[in-house]
Design a protein around this ligand. Structure first.
Ligand SMILES: [Mg+2]
Ligand SMILES: [Zn+2]
Length: 209
């Protein structure tokens, strides 16, 4: 079946093991790009063996979770449409990420992916807002107090699209040209992004009371 026929099923959802109920949430999410943000950038990860976390990724996600944020991965995976990898392999790659993070005590709330080619104009492909919108209704999230962390302009455009704040990390795709568009924050890596987000969120809560 051509990937395009799956359009109405997008975003793809990676099944996650059920977590403990009742952990404290603040109603906001951090939407996380995968490649170049949580995991090391390679041109199209095609096999679980190619997937590696950045050194401080698990620590960053633990910090966000401890502060009540929902953790939602949103990833464009057009390599599927380009036939670099199958959906089955994509799931095995995500299983590996989940288990690497679990080893560090980190649980994600959701992993959404869009397997489509840019030309298919899928409404879930970043910077279009399909993935965060799905997350917002499933997880009852307040998008305007949420954040998007990523290494590309697409991720920052997504942030603007959903009324969230964009945090651009220096990891992943070349830093060249990354100064040429506005973002709420530029951070060295996911961990420094997480620290800024925690502070910024606390500040905004303070302003509201
Ligand atoms: Mg990326
Ligand atoms: Zn899609």
């Amino acid at each position: 079946m051509p990937v395009s026929r799956r359009n109405r099923y997008c975003p793809g959802i990676h099944p996650l093991p059920a977590g403990p109920k009742g952990s404290r949430r603040n109603g906001a999410a951090v939407f996380l790009d995968r490649d170049g943000t949580i995991t090391q950038e390679r041109d199209y990860i095609r096999h679980p063996d190619d997937l590696h976390l950045y050194k401080r990724s698990a620590e960053a996600l633990r910090l966000l979770r401890k502060n009540g944020f929902s953790l939602v991965v949103v990833t464009n995976q057009s390599g599927v449409a380009r036939k670099y990898l199958t959906l089955g392999t994509l799931h095995r790659i995500h299983d590996k990420m989940v288990s690497l993070l679990a080893r560090h005590g980190v649980r994600l709330d959701a992993i959404y992916y869009c397997p489509h080619h840019p030309e298919e104009r899928c409404p879930a492909r970043k910077p279009r807002p399909g993935m965060p919108h799905r997350a917002a209704s499933t997880l009852k999230l307040d998008l305007t107090h949420s954040y998007v962390v990523g290494d590309m302009k697409t991720d920052m455009d997504l942030a603007r699209e959903i009324g969230a704040k964009g945090v651009l990390v220096r990891t992943g795709h070349s830093w060249k040209g990354k100064d040429s568009f506005p973002v709420e924050r530029r951070s060295r890596d996911l961990y420094s992004a997480a620290r800024w987000i925690v502070r910024d969120f606390q500040k905004s809560q303070g302003d509201r009371t």
